[in-house]
Design a protein around this ligand. Structure first.
Ligand SMILES: NC(=O)c1ccc[n+]([C@@H]2O[C@H](COP(=O)([O-])OP(=O)(O)OC[C@H]3O[C@@H](n4cnc5c(N)ncnc54)[C@H](OP(=O)(O)O)[C@@H]3O)[C@@H](O)[C@H]2O)c1
Length: 274
């Protein structure tokens, strides 16, 4: 599988999402994902599963430097001092010495971007994270974060799938050297019932999930982190890495965007670009 280089780290283009996986199921699925070939795992302090993710990693018995682990600090912990403490506690739960990538999970209306990004940079300079970045940042906040950050930012993790265009955000990420990590890459499973995706899948002898994930990771600088609790779907999702869509198919899928395609909504969310 190809990697996406940003801020000095190489991020595997497909990662395994763990939101909603908990306890023994999470542990088992993380080990199974690594066994199937995933080398990138996505968690967060808010998912309440970091201990289980850590146990799953340990059980897979891979050298630490072969796995790319991302976690995120929740938006109520962004003050200087609080954020660094939250990072230490997350690492302890994971049983790790460092994150490969540590992200601000959501911007906060209470803490300035400058303060949060300063604290995030300290996590990196103290060696607790190889790289740092943000999530759910619209263009205006990306510009603020890039301006405030001493270290280059590696990614902006946002909702992205064929029903939600992220053209302005992707453009800003590329301009500033960030990758874009697509969460909800399968639109929480909705993409597998789409007629156009189904037609293209049939042409390639692939599944709709593979075509959707392929559309994402075939775009320059884009990473996708599908979640599944079904071990049989791990290899299927990894299969997105080894075929190619034509330019015309890429455009047909891009045209599926919908004005109300956004799934994840939060109270106090920033003003989105699309
Ligand atoms: N930064 C943020 O604010 C944020 C927000 C949301 C999510 N995330 C991250 O992004 C990850 C992915 O997002 P998500 O979990 O919300 O949505 P998703 O990956 O788009 O969709 C997951 C859903 O798709 C189904 N699915 C997975 N593979 C499939 C396949 N091959 N065929 C058919 N259905 C399939 C899963 O069902 P089964 O489990 O039954 O297979 C599950 O219901 C999360 O786990 C989390 O790590 C980040």
């Amino acid at each position: 599988m190809h990697t996406v280089g940003a801020a000095g780290v190489e991020i595997p283009a497909l990662g395994f999402g763990t939101w909603q996986l908990k306890g023994a199921e999470c542990e088992k699925m993380v080990t199974a994902a690594l066994g199937a070939g995933f080398r990138h795992i996505d968690t967060a302090e808010m998912y309440d599963n970091e201990e289980a993710v850590g146990r799953g990693l340990k059980a897979a018995k891979l050298p630490r430097d072969e796995v790319f682990l991302t976690s995120k600090v929740w938006s109520s912990n962004l003050r200087d001092g609080q954020l660094q403490h939250a990072a230490e506690v997350s690492l302890k739960r994971l049983g790790l010495d460092y994150f490969d990538l540590y992200l601000i999970h959501w911007p906060s209306n209470d803490t300035s971007t400058r303060e949060a990004i300063g604290a995030l940079n300290e996590v990196r300079t103290r060696g607790l994270a190889r790289a740092v970045g943000v999530a759910n940042f619209p263009v205006k906040l990306i510009e603020e974060a890039v301006e405030a950050s001493e270290a280059p930012l590696a990614t902006n993790q946002v909702e992205y799938h064929p029903y939600l265009s992220q053209a302005p955000v992707l453009d800003a990420c590329r301009r500033h050297g960030l990758s874009l990590t697509a969460y909800c890459p399968l639109a929480r499973g909705k993409m597998v019932d789409d007629t156009v995706i189904g037609e293209i899948a049939e042409i390639h002898g692939r599944t709709p999930a593979q075509v959707t994930l392929r559309w994402l990771i075939q775009q320059d600088g884009v990473i996708a982190i599908p979640k599944t609790g079904n071990p049989d779907r791990l290899e299927e999702n990894l299969g997105a890495a080894d075929f190619t869509l034509t330019d015309e198919e890429m455009s047909r899928i891009s045209a599926l965007t919908q004005p109300d395609g956004r799934i994840v909504r939060m109270s106090g969310e920033p003003e989105w670009d699309t």
